[in-house]
Write a protein that binds this ligand. Structure first.
Ligand code: NAP
Length: 455
């Protein structure tokens, strides 16, 4: 079966790709291993020159590459360009910091000298999602390559043009053949790649089902994994919050990327004292969003990625309403071509509704009313996920309680959760394990070798 790129604004097929044969994949895996052996001997300086070139190409070609993102997965062209520019910053960050992140770490013992030595481990399979087709790849690939590992990208099947474009950027930036390779294969061929001896580790960003499958296979093969999975982040609003700002940022936090972000604010947990006022502001903001052609600069929200995503969110909303929840605005598919959906807000969500515990990967906010910070944190933690979280309060004790007690990989105070190359990123519970970005992201795929030198 061919691998298909389809424009979610129209539903039309843009391009089809033949999957690589097993023989071709095996050759690429071998090439990846040879490229790793060569890369690890190349100085940080030389790697950094190439990584800076990756950043430069991303910046220069953001307009052109941005159009491909918009065509293949529907994000607005404005946000596609922002994603590509952020990716350039990520590449620059590792070009500048990798040598320091990998510097030997001296430990005092009774040996002459002992230290941690950070060493690359080899080819790594990166199974990546379509929602941030450039950023998700760069945030893994830049540290991996700067560390001396090589990258095998199995991108989501709907963004193959992006995947090939990225491979080409790394080549043009001066990295030798085999450092960054795209594998055009369906997910059913991932197991075969993971079991190949040349592949030393895997990282997956995507759904729980895909993550647990990759981790199970890697468990059998004794290969390390990093999993970045789904989220249902809490966005807590307490009485001392700046409500206008919280509602404005909350609107962006829920609807960015057409509502398809792992770290989107999905559950708004609001103190009773300010519930009605906050609700009114959020509804007003959602109603003002412009939905339409993602290529137009005035558009806030483009289409969902696929017909199945549209069906899924419609089912989730229907189920919530059947369980007794109330729809405050939007929350419906828009008739016509493409997979457009009116952003919605739902309140009075009972525990029996699917969206109480499931991720909503579309622009639908769940609104919950609570009477105390303790109740807010308890509700925030009553989720299988633990990716990001955000709390809005000027009370220092509430900030501390949230930081100490919310079960998540991140807590942002008076700001929405976001990723930044300087800060580690990742989740707990069913949101995954391991960390990307910062020093942790680079060291995730390093052999931390113990060195102990005696007389
Ligand atoms: P997905 O269906 O799991 O796809 C992600 C990647 O996994 C794709 O490359 C896909 O390939 C592959 N895949 C699917 N099933 C697989 C399997 N059984 N074995 C091996 N690989 C498999 O996820 P999605 O729907 O594209 O992405 C949305 C999910 O990703 C959401 O839950 C979102 O929250 C999560 N996400 C998490 C983060 C984070 O940092 N924590 C960031 C972004 C997204 P095919 O396309 O060929 O099926």
């Amino acid at each position: 079966m061919p691998i298909v790129s389809r424009n979610p604004s129209t539903g039309e097929i843009i391009k089809q790709f033949e999957s690589y044969s097993d023989e071709c994949v095996d050759k690429l895996l071998l090439k990846s291993y040879s490229a790793h052996k060569k890369l690890k001997k190349i100085s940080f300086n030389k790697r950094a020159v190439c990584m800076m070139a990756v950043a430069r190409i991303l910046n220069t070609e953001s307009e052109k590459l941005g159009k491909i993102l918009t065509q293949e997965m529907g994000k607005t062209h404005t946000s596609a360009i922002a994603e590509i520019k952020k990716s350039a910053l990520g590449a620059e960050h590792y070009a500048i910091t990798a040598e320091d992140y990998m510097a030997d770490d001296i430990i005092k013992t009774n040996a002459l000298k002992s230290y941690r030595s950070y060493q690359p481990i080899g080819p790594i399979l990166a199974v990546m999602p379509w929602n941030y087709p450039v950023w998700q790849v760069i945030r893994f690939a830049a540290p991996a390559i700067m560390a001396g590992n090589t990258v095998l990208l199995k991108h989501a099947s709907n963004v193959t043009q992006c995947a090939l474009y990225l491979e080409d950027i790394f080549k043009r930036a001066g990295f030798h053949d085999g450092v960054f390779q795209t594998l055009i294969i369906p997910s059913s061929k991932v197991e075969r790649v993971l079991r190949n001896e040349n592949v030393r580790a895997a990282t997956l960003t995507g759904s729980e089902i895909a993550g647990s499958s990759v981790a199970a296979i890697c468990g059998q093969e004794i290969k390390p994994t990093v999993l970045e999975l789904g989220g249902s982040d809490a966005f807590i609003v307490m009485p001392s919050a700046d409500l206008e700002k919280a509602a404005a940022v909350g609107t962006t936090a829920r609807t960015q990327n057409n509502g398809q972000s792992c770290i989107a604010a999905k559950r708004f947990i609001v103190h009773a004292e300010v519930y009605e006022v906050f609700k009114e502001k959020l509804v007003r903001n959602f109603a003002a969003l412009k939905i339409g052609d993602p290529m137009k600069p005035e558009t806030d929200i483009g289409p969902l990625v696929s017909q199945s995503s549209l069906n899924e969110v419609e089912d989730q909303v229907k189920n919530a309403l059947d369980c007794g929840a109330e729809l405050l605005c939007g929350g419906k598919a828009i008739k016509g071509q493409g997979y457009f959906f009116q952003p919605g807000i739902i309140e009075k969500i009972p525990k029996s509704a699917r969206i109480y515990s499931e991720e909503i990967f579309a622009p639908v906010a769940g609104l919950y009313e609570v009477n105390s910070i303790e109740e807010a944190i308890e509700l925030a933690n009553d989720s299988p996920f633990g990716l990001g979280s955000s709390i809005w309060t000027s009370e220092l004790d509430e900030q501390k309680q949230a930081i100490d007690d919310i079960e998540a990989g991140a807590t942002f105070v008076n700001a929405m959760t976001s990723s930044d190359p300087r800060l580690p990123f990742g989740g707990i519970k069913r949101s995954g394990y391991g960390r990307e970005l910062a020093a942790e992201g680079l060291r995730a795929f390093c052999n931390i070798k113990t060195v102990s030198i005696h007389e």
